[in-house]
Every structure is written in structure tokens, then in C-alpha cells.
Design a protein around this ligand. Structure first.
Ligand code: SAM
Length: 300
């Protein structure tokens, strides 16, 4: 088990994200989504697949105009902005990366969304205890939390949800019999200091233990393999610019980490699950959709 502190977490996030916004812009889609895309077309393009992923998350959360959404670990603000723009929610994103928060604030201003979308440079542990939201998403954050901190993390999410509120946890897990390898040592040392993966069953247990009903679980492993493959292709196409922005060492390290990720998602040693859960305690839950059909309509 790794020793963790807020300072170590902040340093680890800075190590990964302060490589610069320009560097990530070279290989991410224009919305700067830095998590698994959703390929409705298995040969589809990254840009469309990331928009479809954002819709998938918003639809799973059944977002309605005027609702409040907390986007824990919001990255460059893609989900917060999308949800405010297309679903009319009041979105609040928090990220531990200063560079991401500055970038997101600028995008929110340019899109004219300041009245209903806000991104803060804030550790989720510093959210006010009194803050309450109708919906909460944590997309690609659990990997940074640390397994010993799962009870506090899921408990904190639950405390900030209104009764009956939905929580979507989107994260990487390792397969049940996984053990550490030189590949994972490389990742923890050079790419994700403080990274920590659990198995799916352990994650579900901790979510249940925190007081949620699990509503839906979906595996998106092969979607993440394709996402990483497309990131690799895009980064290689912009190799000269990447070297100029971040240096040879970072360029090669990121290329290797993304390539290892393609292999790991393809061979199944790691996976990606979206887990939708509901805080107990609202009788209106009886109106919840009985099927998944609402997720797949073309127009929101
Ligand atoms: C892989 S990125 C995902 C970003 C975004 N959700 C997306 O889908 O593009 C992980 C995010 O978690 C954030 N994060 C990690 N630990 C955090 C913490 N303690 N408090 C707030 N944000 C945190 C990072 O700053 C980063 O924005």
C-alpha cells in the first residue's frame, strides 16, 4: 500500500497534468476529454466517440435542465461544459490541476456559460461539507484516489448527493488475478505516481458499503483500447511538436505509456467500467427508466 498525503497527491497530479495543456491538445480530441471514448461505430473517429461518451454519461445520470451536477476530477472541463450546454444543468467541476482549471475557465467564458458552469482548482476533499448536488460524476478519478481511501471517497460523494441522487463512477480496474509487473512499475514511477487500481468487485463492494444501490454496470474495455490507440496515432503524427512542447523524454514516456495501455486493454489485464449507483432514500425512484433505451436515442 502506498503512503498518501494531500501534498503527494497534488505533486503526482502536477507531474502528470502540468506537462502542459499544449502537449495534451496535440493528441486529445478538441473537447480535451482524457478518458475512454464510446465508439457506437467500432471504426469510428475519436472526436465523435468522445461526444458520444459525454452524452452517454449525461443520459445515464438522467440529467434534466436546472439540476445540479458535481463533476469530480473534471480535467479540462469537458463534461461540465457539455452538460451545461446540452442538458441545461448547473455544473460544478473540480480538478487538482491548476493548468486544467485555468484552461476550463477560459473555455466556459468563451462559450458564455458562466451563469451555469464553474470549474475550480480544488481538492475534492475540500468541497464544503454542506454542498449538495442532485447528480455526481467521477470520470477517470478513482485511479488517483488510492484503495485505502475508497471508503472516504465514496462516503464523501454520498454525503454530497441528495437522497435518491445518481452517482456515475467511470474508472479503470485490473482483472481479478492481476499482479504488479515491470510495466506497471514503469507507469507508477514515470507516469502516474500515486496511481492505484482495484478490481471491479472490490470497487462495487466499496460503493455498496458506502450506502449506494448499484443500478447499472457497463464494461467498456475495448472502447478504451481503441481510444488509447487513436491517442498514440495522433501523438505520433505530431511528434515534432510534442518534442518541442514537452521534450524528447516526456514524448517517449507518454508514447510508451499509451502504447502499453493499448496492449493491456486489448489483452484484458485492465478494464474500464461505468458504474451507475443511487443514494437510497427517495420514493420518486419508482419513476426511473426500466430499460436502457433512453441511452441510445440520437438526439438528447
Ligand atoms: C484522467 S483525468 C480525467 C479528467 C476528466 N474527468 C475527463 O474525463 O477528461 C483525472 C482528473 O482527476 C483529477 N483529480 C485527481 N485527484 C483529484 C483530487 N484529489 N481532487 C480533485 N481532482 C482530482 C485530476 O486533476 C484530473 O483532472
Amino acid at each position: 500500500m502506498k503512503r498518501r498525503s494531500r501534498e503527494a497527491d497534488a505533486k503526482a497530479i502536477a507531474h502528470h497534468y502540468d506537462v502542459s495543456n499544449e502537449f495534451y491538445a496535440l493528441f486529445l480530441d478538441p473537447l480535451m476529454v482524457y478518458t475512454c471514448a464510446y465508439y457506437r461505430d467500432p471504426d469510428g473517429k475519436l472526436e465523435q466517440a468522445q461526444r458520444d461518451k459525454l452524452d452517454l454519461v449525461c443520459r445515464k445520470l438522467e440529467l434534466q435542465p436546472g439540476e445540479t451536477l458535481l463533476d469530480v476530477g473534471c480535467g479540462w472541463g469537458s463534461l461540465s461544459i457539455w452538460a451545461a450546454q446540452h442538458y441545461g444543468v448547473r455544473a460544478h467541476g473540480v480538478t487538482l490541476s491548476q493548468a486544467q482549471a485555468v484552461y476550463a475557465a477560459e473555455r466556459i467564458r468563451k462559450e458564455g456559460l458562466e451563469d451555469r458552469c464553474r470549474v475550480e482548482h480544488l481538492d475534492y476533499r475540500d468541497l464544503p461539507a454542506s454542498a449538495r448536488y442532485q447528480k455526481i460524476a467521477a470520470v477517470g478519478v478513482i485511479e488517483h484516489v488510492g484503495i485505502p481511501n475508497y471508503p472516504a471517497f465514496f462516503g464523501g460523494v454520498r454525503a454530497r448527493l441528495e437522497d435518491g441522487g445518481l452517482y456515475l463512477n467511470h474508472g479503470i480496474v485490473h482483472e481479478f488475478h492481476w499482479t504488479r509487473t515491470s510495466q506497471t512499475e514503469f507507469l507508477y514511477r514515470h507516469v502516474f505516481p500515486n496511481g492505484d487500481l482495484a478490481g471491479l468487485s472490490q470497487t462495487l463492494t466499496e460503493i455498496e458499503r458506502a450506502g449506494f444501490e448499484i443500478v447499472d454496470v457497463e464494461g467498456l474495455r475495448l472502447h478504451y483500447a481503441r481510444t488509447c490507440r487513436q491517442w498514440v496515432e495522433r501523438l505520433r503524427e505530431r511528434a515534432d511538436e510534442a518534442r518541442a512542447v514537452a521534450g524528447e523524454r516526456t514524448y517517449r514516456t507518454w508514447l510508451l505509456y499509451l502504447t502499453c495501455s493499448v496492449v493491456a486493454f486489448e489483452d484484458g489485464s485492465i478494464g474500464l467500467y461505468q458504474v451507475l449507483s443511487r443514494k437510497h432514500g427517495d420514493p420518486a425512484v419508482g419513476r426511473a427508466p426500466r430499460t436502457r433505451e433512453h441511452l441510445y436515442e440520437r438526439e438528447a
